[in-house]
Design a protein around this ligand. Structure first.
Ligand SMILES: Nc1ncnc2c1ncn2[C@@H]1O[C@@H]2COP(=O)(O)O[C@H]2[C@H]1O
Ligand SMILES: Nc1ncnc2c1ncn2[C@@H]1O[C@@H]2COP(=O)(O)O[C@H]2[C@H]1O
Length: 446
């Protein structure tokens, strides 16, 4: 009998990790590995809550929701007394299920978090009788909702339609502890991993990986931390390194070989030595945006999610963070994918203008495209006077670049103005589907 695909995926991932880390205590390793997977999944589920709510589901029933005697405990993690899925008795003696809202702090049990296996497999007396009741994950999907009558049947098609992964055991009650959802998703007692490296590996790292642009802005301490946390991964050609839709675990830098990227089965990209990939899911806590497959044998350096977020992301992608939310507000960029938007953010520069300053002058050669991020500006023509007003989220300077013409109008700051600028090359390469929209909306043709 063959196992369901999701099980095989989990086991393959574990296998990959075992090969990478070759732990001495295999059982402890597997236990910790699955504990971390579980936390990640719950977090992912939390991110899906808005989408689930849009189809009438609540993945996080209220913390104080009473258990109906007839309702079974939907998922059991039998390792700690502090199990967020367990029943516990609250001050006024009521039995409750703890489904802590991840946005609020951990509450309920006063027992210290046991942590997997730290308690020697203690199972709270209260919990024991429920373990047997855990729902078989192979049963049809059921979400428990907040409503009284309570169980909503959701078929796989509906989940897929709304892009909610069907791979996890949706039958369980989910909980994300506050610990896993602090702003960076980083535990306070977090310590970066350290992978010992031979002089030969260090030499290779200093010849190649450290030259990746992401490392250039790291101070010496951060650089040492990241280098220690990198682990070498050698993979044969045709290996799937990342699968579209999966959760993000590692960020990769290519030392040798080349990688193909596929979105919905179509090849969209290829990258070689010195490049990096796998950052999007880690930055945005989103599912993997593409499948990455080894075109040739590969030597990669992998950086775990937490070190990536805490060190690399914190120090290097200020610009992405700065522009991330603004770019979402720009109507003309609505159709850009997350990938396109973040590449665009990387390429933007910021310029400031005082009231009355000319940003673009009619008749001059056009070099930049502009997105107005702060303030107000006006467009005028010598022949017609003021013809348009611009505010946050508006763009200008596209006409000259699209048509290879001199500037068709003057743009002047009315207040203090901040603009994000994109040079001609970036304009041609990075605006993707937005270019068609810009052409359609050409103000000189209306
Ligand atoms: N066109 C593309 N769209 C999305 N991701 C891409 C593309 N080309 C390369 N990638 C990389 O593929 C990675 C897949 O995992 P992530 O979504 O974490 O990050 C993604 C990017 O680093
Ligand atoms: N009616 C208009 N005619 C010309 N340019 C306009 C008009 N309205 C807005 N603009 C913007 O003003 C910009 C001046 O520089 P560009 O010609 O490159 O691109 C132009 C447009 O982005």
């Amino acid at each position: 009998m063959s196992l369901p695909k999701e099980y095989l995926t989990e086991l393959n991932e574990l296998n990959k990790e075992l090969h990478l880390k070759k732990p001495q205590d295999v059982i402890q390793f597997c236990a910790t590995y699955f504990q971390n997977r579980l936390e990640e999944q719950r977090k992912q589920l939390w991110n899906l809550q808005p989408r689930a709510q849009s189809i009438g589901l609540n993945l996080f029933p209220s913390k104080h929701e009473r258990i109906e005697e007839s309702s079974p405990l939907l998922f059991k993690q039998p390792f700690t007394n502090d199990d967020p899925h367990s029943r516990h008795v609250d001050e006024d003696g009521d039995t409750q299920i703890s489904t802590d809202d991840p946005a609020s702090s951990r509450s309920g049990s006063s027992a210290p978090a046991g942590g997997i296996f730290k308690t020697g497999f203690e199972v709270g007396e209260e919990n024991k009788s429920f373990i047997a009741n855990s729902v078989d994950p192979s049963t049809p999907f059921q979400f428990n909702t907040r409503r009284a009558s309570n169980v909503v049947q959701v078929n796989q098609q509906q989940l897929q339609q709304h892009n909610i992964p069907t791979t996890f055991n949706i039958n369980r009650r989910t909980s994300v502890s506050a610990e896993t959802l602090n702003p960076n998703g980083i535990k306070d007692d977090w310590k970066p991993p350290v992978f010992e490296k031979s002089p030969e590996q260090l030499q290779r790292l200093s010849n190649s990986v450290v030259k990746n642009f992401l490392f250039s802005s790291l101070d010496q301490d951060s650089l040492s931390t990241v280098i220690a946390a990198l682990k070498e991964v050698k993979l044969p050609a045709n290996t799937e390194v990342i699968k579209q839709g999966d959760e993000g675990d590692y960020f990769y830098i290519v030392e040798e070989g080349s990688v193909d990227f596929y979105v919905n089965g179509a090849k969209v990209n290829n990258s070689g030595p010195g490049s990096s990939f796998g950052e999007l899911a880690l930055m945005y806590n989103s599912p993997r945006a593409a499948t990455a497959t080894a075109e040739t044998d590969l030597i990669l350096w992998a950086l775990d999610r937490l070190t990536f977020r805490r060190i690399l992301l914190a120090k290097t992608s200020k610009k992405r963070q700065l522009y991330e939310s603004f770019l979402k507000e720009v109507p003309v960029l609505n159709n850009l994918s997350l990938f396109e938007r973040s590449k665009l953010a990387d390429a933007l520069d910021t310029e400031f203008f005082k009231p009355g300053e000319v940003i673009i002058k009619e008749g001059e050669v056009g070099e930049n495209f502009y997105l107005l991020s702060k303030g107000e500006a006006e467009v005028s023509k010598e022949s017609d006077g003021v013809i348009a007003q611009l505010k946050r989220g508006d763009y200008f300077g596209e006409v000259a670049l699209l048509n290879d013409l001199p500037r068709q109008a003057t743009v002047t700051a009315k207040t203090n103005v901040e603009v994000a600028t994109l040079d001609k090359r970036g304009f041609q390469r990075l605006l993707g589907p937005a270019v068609e929209v810009l052409k359609r909306q050409d103000p000189t043709k209306h």
